[in-house]
Design a protein around this ligand. Structure first.
Ligand SMILES: Nc1ncnc2c1ncn2[C@@H]1O[C@H](COP(=O)(O)OP(=O)(O)OP(=O)(O)O)[C@@H](O)[C@H]1O
Ligand code: SF4
Ligand SMILES: [Mg+2]
Length: 379
């Protein structure tokens, strides 16, 4: 059984006079010890809300409802009481927050914020805690760590604050680490250093890492399994290599196609996904990606698409996926208005979750026409 098993997680925000926001809508994924699982998607697709829900950090107040299950080694993180959650947080489960400034206490020196965790969860105090704290700052690339320990968050640059936050998160070698855009604010050399640090944590301590990012280079360099989110739902899940080599969901294809490439010809234009993430259809009315999808067919609207599981351990939520390499296209031609009928007509692999005869697994390693970022480019 996985260390963390998230099942049907949903988070809804209701505010009087405003539209109800289903920020997370039935998200399921799992992470094993020593595994890196990516949550990827555009801004606003629910990545941070997912992580805050798992950490028990969404305010418990009317108007915010959290549903589903998040089994962490036998404990449901969504149901555990506050006191128990405080013990779990920092010791067993840690998080690197997207916004370092609002996550650090502005009136407490950085050093105390690091040593507090070491004292509470590792029993270190006095010089031993200070020495370990300085060592942690050094490992995340903060120069002159002994001096920095005495400084307040506002005295550090944005990148340094992010690194201090990472030091706090890794201080106890947590069993599960949720990293929400941990390197977005950092320049590339520090980014590489931090990613190495996280990799070492996973390799040496068996930490399970949930990597939240919209940077596909980071995904290519770090993740074992990738979950692509759109409008609060997972729309495709696959191991990293097959996902990059052969994306099946049109949104995943769009994400990969929009990566700038060094080997692109002069004058080649980027291929962004048309429209914006605001152009969504409510899932209840069909596929949320339909307004932006160039493979839309009639069956995409009316019923929300079910998750399809292929025998290569890939799932996608699409009635007209990009055909697998070497297989007949699911539909002859993508058509926006006059497509074929319901999902069942689209091909043998379309249908609700359940093993379906599909692609030759060897095809998983074949390259498709979609460019995959090279791993060395992501370091
Ligand atoms: N407290 C809140 N009240 C109402 N809506 C909220 C609240 N917090 C988040 N949302 C909405 O939930 C959706 C998901 O937000 P979230 O912060 O998880 O996006 P994200 O995927 O992390 O985006 P980004 O990549 O920009 O960080 C957004 O539409 C956001 O506006
Ligand atoms: S083909 Fe249809 S179901 Fe698939 S992503 Fe496009 S609109 Fe959604
Ligand atoms: Mg976010």
């Amino acid at each position: 059984m996985a260390l963390l098993d998230v099942e049907d997680l949903s988070v809804t925000f209701r505010q009087r006079g405003k539209r109800t926001v289903r920020a997370v809508d039935g998200v399921s994924f799992s992470v094993d010890a020593g595994e890196v699982v990516g949550l990827v998607g555009e801004s606003g697709c629910g990545k941070s809300v997912t992580s805050l829900a798992l950490m028990g950090l969404l305010p418990r107040q009317p108007g915010i409802s959290v549903g589903g299950k998040a089994d962490f080694d036998g404990t449901d993180l969504l149901r555990v009481d506050r006191r128990a959650m405080r013990d779990i947080r920092g010791r067993d489960v840690a998080m690197i927050f997207q916004d370092p400034l609002s996550s650090l206490n502005p009136v407490i020196p950085i050093g105390r914020q690091v040593t507090e965790v070491l004292t509470r969860h590792r029993g270190l105090s006095g010089d031993a805690a200070r020495k370990e704290a300085a060592d942690l700052l050094d490992r995340v690339g903060i120069p002159d760590p002994t001096r920095r320990l005495k400084e307040y968050p506002h005295q550090l640059s944005g990148g340094m604050r992010q690194r201090a936050l990472i030091a706090i998160a890794v201080a106890c070698q947590p069993r599960l680490l949720i990293a929400d855009e941990p390197t977005t604010a950092l320049d590339v050399t520090i980014q590489a250093q931090i990613l190495e640090l996280l990799k070492a944590l996973v390799r040496d301590s068996g930490t399970a890492l949930v990597m939240i990012t919209h940077d596909l280079g980071v995904v290519a360099g770090m993740c074992d399994t990738v979950n692509v989110l759109y409008a609060g739902r997972v729309v495709e899940t696959a191991r990293r290599r097959p996902l990059f080599a052969e994306p099946r969901h049109p949104y995943t294809v769009g994400l990969l196609n929009s990566i700038p490439r060094l080997d692109a010809g002069r004058g080649d234009k980027l291929s962004p996904i048309p429209g914006s993430v605001r152009d969504v259809l409510p899932w209840a009315d069909g596929c949320a990606f339909a307004p932006r999808c160039d493979r839309q067919v009639e069956a995409c609207v009316g019923e929300p698409p079910q998750l399809v599981l292929t025998h290569t351990d890939r799932t996608y939520r699409c009635v007209n996926p990009v055909p697998a390499v070497g297989s007949a296209p699911a539909v002859a031609e993508p058509a926006v208005e006059a497509g074929p009928g319901p999902a069942a007509e689209a091909g043998p692999e379309s249908g609700p979750v359940g093993p379906v005869a599909e692609v030759d697994p060897v095809a998983e390693e074949k390259q498709s026409s979609v460019p995959a970022p090279r791993e060395e480019e992501s370091a």
